[in-house]
Design a protein around this ligand. Sequence first.
Ligand SMILES: *Cc1c(COP(=O)(O)O)cnc(C)c1O
Length: 428
Amino acid sequence: MSHDGGMDPQPRDAELYLRAGRSTFLRIKLDVLYNNISILKQRCSQQTDVIAVVKANAYGHGSVEISRYLESRGVGHFAVATPEEGAQLRQAGIQGHILVLGNAVEDDIATLMKYELTPTVAELKFLQAWHKAITKDSVSNNSVANDINSSNNSGERVRDRHQVVLKIDTGMSRNGCQPHDVPFLTEFCQTHGLTIHSVMTHFSQAWDNPYFTKQQLNTFMTLVEPFRASGVKVHVANSAAIIRGFGTQLDFIRPGICMYGLPPDPSQDTAELVESLGLRPVLSWQARPTLIKQLPQGRVVGYDNTYTTRSTETIATFSLGYADGYNRLLSDRGVVSVDEDGLQLPVVGRVSMDAITVLLDKPRSSSTTFNIITDDFASPNSVTKMAATLGTIPYEVTTSLASRLPRVFVSGGHFVAITKSLMKDGRL
Ligand SMILES: *Cc1c(COP(=O)(O)O)cnc(C)c1O
């Protein structure tokens, strides 16, 4: 049985369950990811490059395999949240530029340097510590050319390896330096031979507050104008800004959620707009029942006896639960769908740590694949609708998907790789 019917051939489900070693797995379609990036790039200038935001395990999709794939397709810049996330990518062989988005603090320096990660800087204090660490590193690693101010190749390399990204707070008041600090930070970099990779800011409400976003953008552009003239690159746009057209003519864009084919907020309108652009969810979540039984009327189901069968009913148990990222607030509210006929079936009873129970319309084969999360935008078990049901945003639904869930990566209708957190690298 194919996942999507004849048009888009997919590996046989039976093979994937076997590889996953579990009755459930996330299916990650890499071609869809690439197509989404192409769509986002079309909204930008020809020169605009992509920094693929792969923080939080690539929004739950699996950052190592996502980054390996993107690098093989020519993406050269990645952004993560923490130094450890960056180190994980380096250990997996990622060669490209890796930006760590969180405010850099002194304790991060050892990891940043060891794995050649670029910090996001907001404070002079950090730049001073960074410069000191680089100077030491240069002396110990570079016995021939140990002067970082020398203009020979070794000196250049050290400087580039230890470049920084400066972040300006233009109104969000979370990360970044205040506008009046910009001259001090840039001057320190210039006088101490630190390369500024780029200067950035971040929007707080790009999706639905064009007035405030424009103000942020204007503040930023005024501040960075002198540096742009000297070739320093600049970037501002997250997914919402890319779609709304803020900062899409600059040197980089930083797409996250829309690269994964999901809307930045859970409203119907937003989902429809994202879908109309051709963006598609990269992720779906499949499972088949581990037990199917017929129960008489009046039986209670699950913890706390919240559900009682109303007649003779067929109940299927799936071995996945809130520890896998299926939110417990979906107890007696969630829906799963069947590939074969598109039917939607209710989750009945409590979501347990490792199990959910679903009311079937009829006895079905235990080899039937059900979608716990579908890649169809409109279904109640899409990421978007689940986020709406839960009163949250699509970001939280996918980043909550546990690492113990096997992730199966497919491309061109072929199995590419699988990750299993409890096993060593399961890649072929
Ligand atoms: C997470 C993040 C992004 C990506 O945001 P999306 O809304 O997922 O596109 C871009 N820039 C920064 C600084 C971020 O922290």
